[in-house]
Design a protein around this ligand. Structure first.
Ligand SMILES: Cc1cc2nc3c(=O)[nH]c(=O)nc-3n(C[C@H](O)[C@H](O)[C@H](O)COP(=O)(O)O)c2cc1C
Length: 241
């Protein structure tokens, strides 16, 4: 089997929320975390660290709290509702119910630090984690998981009990548990992902200039605020539907 190329990986890296319990070799986890560390970060500070949880009791402790907050937030979605949004939320709940069965839970952690835009006198309490630097690392890990055949998804529900979690895991005050990635071999297939095409989201030179005639499927789907699409070549305008 040939390795999938970059664009196939990007186009098929879905959030895999149904995992088998087959053990994941530690070398594979090291490999995907190494890919995470290749990400860019502000001034190359590399403000990430990883907490890899494989202990059964710790996973169960996390899962019980994760599930109770997930139920509070998303538990109202009925089983019979068949919309894309309801399907996503059912997958969220499935993961919450089975989180402890994932062979590995990886917390991608960030060193808290005040962004330069926050004036010194306003720096009160805990500094936020450097999200802008941590998420590229997270995305590299997700792509690397896909490349080696592992399923993973980005989750954040643990933020609803982060203080208790930090105490349980022994993380110091200057560390934030930014993302929780349950990782294992997928039950189903990878991708393709369902996303709006860039063509429908792209403006040229000035907001509202969508592109050449024939490339303007966005006009009816996503009209500009003024409800007008402008062809940058002919300067013709077209009233959006
Ligand atoms: C910032 C962020 C937070 C997310 N938090 C959660 C979460 O707490 N629980 C969860 O199951 N999925 C979470 N997701 C995953 C999304 O549900 C998933 O990326 C989205 O539905 C697209 O899924 P797909 O790639 O399978 O199409 C999160 C994704 C992002 C980008």
């Amino acid at each position: 089997m040939t390795d999938p190329g970059f664009f196939e990986i990007v186009g098929s890296t879905r959030a895999i929320k149904r995992l088998t319990s087959a053990p994941v070799p530690l070398e594979l986890i090291r490999k995907v975390l190494d890919a995470g560390t290749k990400a860019p970060s502000g001034v190359n500070t590399q403000p990430w660290e990883f907490l890899v949880v494989r202990d059964v009791d710790t996973k169960k402790w996390v899962q019980e709290r994760y599930l109770s907050f997930a139920k509070e937030r998303f538990g109202h979605v009925t089983k019979s509702l068949d919309t894309p949004h309801a399907r996503v939320l059912r997958a969220v709940m499935h993961l919450a119910e089975h989180l402890h069965e994932a062979p590995v839970l990886v917390f991608v952690c960030g060193h808290r630090d005040w962004p330069a835009v926050v004036p010194i006198e306003q720096r009160v309490g805990k500094a936020p984690p450097p999200y802008g630097s941590i998420y590229p690392c997270v995305q590299n890990i997700l792509l690397a998981c896909r490349a080696v055949g592992l399923g993973a998804s980005l989750t954040t529900i643990h933020h609803m009990f982060e203080e208790e979690l930090a105490m349980h895991l022994g993380t110091p005050d200057d560390i934030s548990l930014v993302a929780l990635l349950p990782i294992g071999f997928p039950q189903g297939r990878f991708g393709p992902v369902t996303r709006k095409p860039a063509r429908d989201l792209t403006h040229f030179d000035r907001w509202g200039r969508r592109g050449r005639a024939g490339e303007r499927s966005a006009c009816s789907a996503r009209p500009t605020l003024s409800g007008v699409c402008i062809d940058p070549v002919t300067e013709n305008t077209e009233k959006a539907q």
